[in-house]
Design a protein around this ligand. Structure first.
Ligand SMILES: NC(=O)C1=CN([C@@H]2O[C@H](COP(=O)(O)OP(=O)(O)OC[C@H]3O[C@@H](n4cnc5c(N)ncnc54)[C@H](O)[C@@H]3O)[C@@H](O)[C@H]2O)C=CC1
Length: 462
């Protein structure tokens, strides 16, 4: 997906990271087994400090997990923000109310909470420091994002559990182990205790402990299950590097073992030059019979990874890839048309979606609007036009800001009607936001608009 999306996701663990589960209060049905169960205090029940300690995680019973059919990996990876339509909880659970109250209080001092948390973690657990990148700036933001996500989705079990499973799997590549989670949880609680001084009390602490315990258990179980069927990461050799403009390259790699994914998904990628710094890029093609994977990379100012990939990477270099993720995939159970907006290098997953429809033999209408600032920036227009010449159901319209005197989302209004279409958005965060507004204004419901996380796009732009 992109180097943006999803951001520097380094090892973590905080609800942060990306969010939660459901404890005694509600959103998670505890597994059977020897796992220590979270305390089941209700909203008004006061728990002791001892009860509030982060319990040791239960190791997932591998044998039991092995018997479960492994669902296709791609289907499990919707991020909570992957689609614009998220069902809102109808009422908040007592834990959700307490967690959100804490979040509101620490919001204005989020930077300090985050710094304090990491300082504490690395002082108390220096053995965890090597799991994180040398420069922690982006990581700090990631923690806050994860906290907010957990709070926001604390009652939304389905979305949250899917998100956490994805997160747990994704953390394998950092070397995160089950026994790291209590350390992180204790530092998180300590940081919240320090800064949420007005709202913090035993009841709130119990709510956070329950929330964090269930969050970490979902992640640990997902990682253990994943271990049975997939590597923690893939090594991938660069086999071609095509500089399309002075700052955009199409990089093609050969993974060291089969890499299953769906068109429209993205991966995380680490270069040998910036160890432990991972960035997101979408697959620019549907799965290929030769197993090769391509990415469109734009070097952005101060972008360590993107500049390395565009200006330094050459055939023979070896990258590391995390697991595939993302839910911006084609729903082959319907025959709705696809309205695709690809801005800049955001055209990469759109091209993969088009190839997916073509390979599936569907005859669904696919309308692609390909936006760029200048003609020169339409670096993949030849490929897209070639595809449209081969497929009568596909139309491709380049929208160049300078010529059209309007931006990509506005151009879509001039065509349509779009009521029989599902929309797929890919590009810079501002484009995603304004496209959502525009599409909703012209009557496309949020449930039919798909895109990757805008928050991650902002955070990972590097
Ligand atoms: N490389 C990849 O695999 C993927 C990249 N992305 C994201 O796509 C972006 C691509 O960046 P660039 O190529 O520099 O794109 P860009 O900044 O040149 O913009 C591309 C298009 O989006 C439109 N646009 C930009 N901001 C807008 C706004 N606020 N409102 C309406 N329209 C707007 C522009 O008018 C232009 O048509 C990056 O943010 C990247 O993270 C997204 C998905 C995949």
């Amino acid at each position: 997906m992109f180097e943006a999306r999803h951001s520097m996701d380094a090892p973590t663990t905080t609800p942060s990271a990306d969010s939660g589960s459901d404890g005694g209060g509600g959103w998670f049905t505890p597994h059977t087994g020897p796992a220590p169960q979270p305390p089941t205090t209700g909203s008004g029940e006061e728990a002791t400090q001892e009860e509030h300690r982060i319990p040791e995680p239960r190791q997932a019973p591998a044998a039991q997990q092995a018997q479960q059919p492994a669902p296709p990996r791609a289907a499990e990876t919707p991020g909570p923000m992957a689609a614009s339509a998220r069902p809102a909880p109808t009422h908040a659970s007592p834990d959700a109310i307490l967690v959100r109250r804490t979040m509101e209080e620490i919001g204005p001092v989020a930077d300090r909470v985050t710094s304090y948390f990491y300082a504490l973690l690395f002082v108390r657990h220096p053995e965890l420091r090597p799991l994180f990148p040398a420069a922690m700036d982006t990581q700090r933001d990631r923690l806050l994002k994860a906290l907010l996500t957990a709070a926001e989705h604390v009652d939304n079990k389905d979305v949250l559990v899917a998100y956490l499973k994805n997160l747990g799997r994704g953390h394998r590549k950092y070397g995160t182990q089950a026994d790291h989670y209590p350390a992180v949880g204790e530092c998180l609680i300590a940081a919240l205790t320090q800064y949420a001084t007005t709202t913090w009390n035993a009841e709130t602490e119990a709510a956070w402990v329950r929330t964090y315990t269930t969050i970490s258990q979902v992640m640990i179980d997902a990682a253990a299950e994943d271990e049975l069927r997939a590597p923690a990461w893939w090594m991938a050799e660069v086999v071609s590097h095509d500089l399309r403009t002075p700052d955009v390259a199409v990089v093609t790699v050969r993974p060291d073992q089969p890499y299953p994914f769906l068109a429209g998904q993205y991966t995380t990628l680490e270069t040998p030059w910036w160890p432990r710094i991972w960035r997101h890029y979408s697959f620019a093609s549907a799965p290929r019979s030769d197993g090769l994977l391509s990415f469109h990379v734009k070097a952005v100012p101060a972008g360590w990874v993107s500049n390395a990939l565009v200006h330094r990477a050459r055939p023979g270099d070896v990258l590391r890839l995390g697991p595939p993720a993302g839910s911006m995939t084609v729903d082959h159970t319907t025959d709705s048309g696809l309205l695709c907006l690809g801005g800049g290098t955001g055209i990469a997953p759109i091209k993969a979606l088009v190839e997916d429809v073509a390979e599936h033999g569907d005859r669904r209408s696919v309308e692609v609007f390909y936006g760029a600032r200048t003609n020169h920036d339409l670096y993949d227009i030849d490929t897209m036009l070639r595809l449209s010449q081969s497929h009568a159901w596909l139309s491709v319209r380049p929208i160049v800001d300078q010529q059209a005197h309007l931006q990509l989302p506005d151009a879509v209004r001039e065509y349509g009607p779009w009521n029989e279409y599902d929309a797929y958005l890919s590009g810079p965060p501002g484009m995603i936001r304004s496209s959502i507004d525009t599409l909703r204004r012209i009557g496309i419901p949020g449930s039919r608009i798909r895109h990757d996380s805008v928050e991650d796009l902002v955070a990972a732009a590097d």
